[in-house]
Write a protein that binds this ligand. Structure first.
Ligand code: PEP
Ligand code: MG
Length: 567
């Protein structure tokens, strides 16, 4: 397949990395980058008029935020309203006027006032410090307004479109309107970035790592294939039709298999959903799947300013469990930190947040937060008929597993588990899993920590490739440990949703696969067309390779043609 050069924004086929399945066709909506004031901006000659214009730009930003809040869900609504209030703050407006009076240009004055307020917010700490990002966003929007440039961030639009951005923050992705966003394309971003994960969970086809993406003009029609990573700019009608045909053929083949996950020779492999809240749970609950293998509870509270109360949490969890009466729901306790900061669970700046006090380490530092969450989970479990299991993120040692399991059991929740996403826990899986009832491989973080490559860094996607033989070795070690301990081990990282890699994972010994709902059908078909012995051969072939591409090719060559024809 021909990929055009990285810099050509013109028509043609380009290759990115598909991270959320499905295809889309529609006009581009560009997400503009934050705007900075021009260097050496000319002094405002009429200070009074410039002050009026700057204040008007803040008011415009406030009105825009308020209008968007009217369409957002409850959590996003509160954040947008609070942000609009900052834009209306008279003290902020007075600071801009002061900087104008000191001989600065309008955009520079806004920037200086924002800097001044950011420093004040940071000094106040806590809730205020958490609002600095919002404050800077207001500044950038107001500057764009006075300079007559497009507003940064996702603009409001009413025609179903494809969002094209340099990258999207998880909070930005979470607030996208599913009915208007046909697809997402980013120039940066990684396979396991939380934006990619959220897009798959929201059922929005997405492609990341598309060279030249941000040069595609707004309004240009594009088509994207979130399975293959192919994007066609200004596609001719034939290309759109052939993409649609391929999609329909695939959908028809996938619709033929249903029911619980099974290998061709009948070994059960539970097919489970990854979810991020009650809305996802309601959608997933209506699907043909065996339950939830990962409920990322931190996703519910990404924009909450204060710790949710016991009652608030109980209500969210009750809503999540209700659609799964009689089915399992694996809940992960708050995995806050790194790229998922929570305002109410902040331990301050860290040099290397991905290696810092995140996940269970944060729960150990703030035990009352974990306690409230466990109480709420237990209360919600009692109110519903779901088979609730609770696991901890980022467990590294036997002692941590024991500490967590004690607390879970003490709250009347009988099935504690742990994520295996730190190499030390994978290598010591037999001892770690002896403390709990089950393990779940978080292959996203496991790849990040095994390869020493930041999962947020799109430029390192080769190292982060889940097919890296070194990562597969660590998974194999964990699977052996689980076997020794006699405990079930699943996978809930993105690897589970890749049909070929899922076969390798099963061949290595995992007994459940949890993924975005949109990926389940492909994996079900993969299992159905391979025996356990075949999966074991595929796993051996992958382990024998010396590169991720080699592993993928070896498995592709040895998989059934029936499956390969659909990939
Ligand atoms: C993982 O690390 O693989 C995982 C499932 O957790 P998260 O992606 O939320 O870090
Ligand atoms: Mg993780």
């Amino acid at each position: 397949m021909a990929a055009t050069s990285a810099s050509a924004p013109t028509a043609g086929v380009r290759q990115g990395v598909g991270v959320s399945p499905g295809s889309a066709y529609g006009p581009v909506v560009r997400v503009a980058a934050p705007v900075q004031p021009p260097q050496n901006e000319a002094v405002a000659e009429d200070t009074a008029a410039a002050s009026e214009a700057a204040i008007a730009s803040f008011m415009f930003v406030a009105e825009d935020l308020e209008a968007r809040s009217a369409q957002a869900d409850a959590t996003a609504r509160d954040v947008l309203k609070a942000t609009a209030m900052i834009a209306r703050d008279r003290a902020l407006h007075r600071a801009v006027t002061k900087h104008l009076g000191e001989g600065n240009g309008p955009a520079t004055s806004i920037n200086l006032a924002i800097d001044e307020f950011a420093a004040k917010f940071e000094a106040l700490g806590g809730y205020f410090a958490e609002r600095v990002t919002d404050l800077r966003d207001i500044g950038s929007r107001a500057i764009a307004r006075v300079l007559g440039l497009p507003a940064p961030g996702v603009p409001s639009f009413s025609v179903p479109s494809i969002i094209v951005a340099e990258d999207l923050a998880p909070a930005e992705t979470a607030t996208l309107d599913r009915s208007l966003v046909l697809g997402i394309v980013t120039r940066a971003g990684g396979r396991t970035s939380h934006t990619a994960i959220l897009a798959a969970q929201m059922g929005i086809p997405a492609v990341v790592q598309l060279a030249g993406a941000t040069e595609i003009p707004a309004g240009t029609p594009i088509s994207l294939d979130g399975d293959t990573g192919e994007v066609v700019v200004s596609p001719d009608p034939e290309a759109v039709a052939s993409q649609r045909l391929r999609r329909e053929r695939r959908a028809a083949a996938l619709a033929e298999v249903s029911g619980p996950g099974r290998t061709q020779d009948g070994h059960p492999i539970a097919l489970l959903a990854n979810i991020g809240g009650a809305e996802d749970a309601e959608l997933a609950g209506a699907e043909d799947l065996e339950g939830v293998g990962l409920f990322r509870t931190e996703f519910v509270f990404l924009s909450a300013a204060h710790a949710p109360t016991l009652e608030e949490q109980t209500e969210v969890y009750r809503r999540v469990f209700t659609p799964f009466d009689g089915r399992r729901v694996v809940v992960r306790t708050l995995d806050a930190g790194a790229d998922k900061p929570l305002a109410f669970a902040d331990l301050g700046e860290e040099e290397n947040p991905a290696l810092g006090r995140r996940g269970l380490r944060l729960s150990q530092a703030l035990p009352e937060l974990l306690e409230t969450q466990l109480q709420a989970l237990a209360a919600a479990a009692r109110l519903t008929g779901a088979d609730v299991r609770v696991m901890a993120p980022m467990v590294a040692t036997v002692a941590e597993a024991r500490w967590f399991a004690e607390r879970v059991r003490a709250n009347g929740l009988p099935k504690p588990g742990v994520m295996i996403e730190v190499p030390a826990a994978a290598l010591r899986a037999s001892q770690v899993l002896a403390e709990v009832e089950f393990g779940s491989l978080g292959t996203n973080d496991l790849a990040q920590y095994t390869m020493a490559a930041d999962r947020m860094e799109g430029e390192l996607s080769e190292l982060l490739d889940p097919w890296q033989p070194g990562v597969l070795d660590v998974i194999a070690a964990a699977a052996n440990g689980a076997k020794q301990a006699g405990k079930p081990l699943g996978v809930c990282g993105e690897s589970a949703g890749d049909p070929l890699l899922a076969l390798v994972l099963v061949g290595l010994g995992v007994s459940s696969l949890s993924m975005a709902t949109s990926k389940i059908r492909g994996v079900r078909l993969a299992l159905k067309t391979h025996t356990m012995e075949h999966c074991e051969r595929l796993a051996a072939a992958a382990l024998a390779a010396e590169s991720p591409a080699g592993a993928r090719e070896a498995v592709r060559a040895a998989a059934t043609p029936e499956l390969v024809a659909l990939l």
